[in-house]
Design a protein around this ligand. Structure first.
Ligand code: ZN
Length: 107
């Protein structure tokens, strides 16, 4: 399995970081990427790959494929993305409807 590496220094000692601002949370929702904090150089960036849980010394903790929290994350991410897509579709449908109503010749 590929481990995510730091964009800045190439270290694999990364931790999940919180996406604090609204813009970052929106970005996370739209892209499904995870924000990380590099423990080696303190760079913060984004990765597509899942971050491995680490112990206090920065060693990767082996986690089984069925870790409950990871599955919950995955489901939550999928639901969030589906919600965004649905919102966009509804907005497009409403926009089309309004455009049709406005373009209809008045009688
Ligand atoms: Zn780094």
């Amino acid at each position: 399995m590929d481990s995510p590496t730091c964009d800045s220094c190439g270290s694999q000692n990364l931790r999940r970081a919180h996406a604090h601002s609204r813009l970052r949370r929106l970005y996370r929702r739209l892209t499904g990427q995870t924000r990380y904090h590099c423990q080696a150089c303190h760079h913060r960036g984004w990765t597509d790959l899942p971050l491995q849980p680490r112990d206090g010394q920065g060693r990767a903790v082996q986690a089984g494929p069925g870790r409950r929290s990871e599955r919950r994350d995955l489901v939550a991410r999928r639901v969030a993305r589906a919600r965004v897509i649905l919102a966009v579709l509804v907005a497009v449908a409403l926009g089309t409807l309004v455009a049709l109503l406005l373009s209809r010749p008045g009688d």
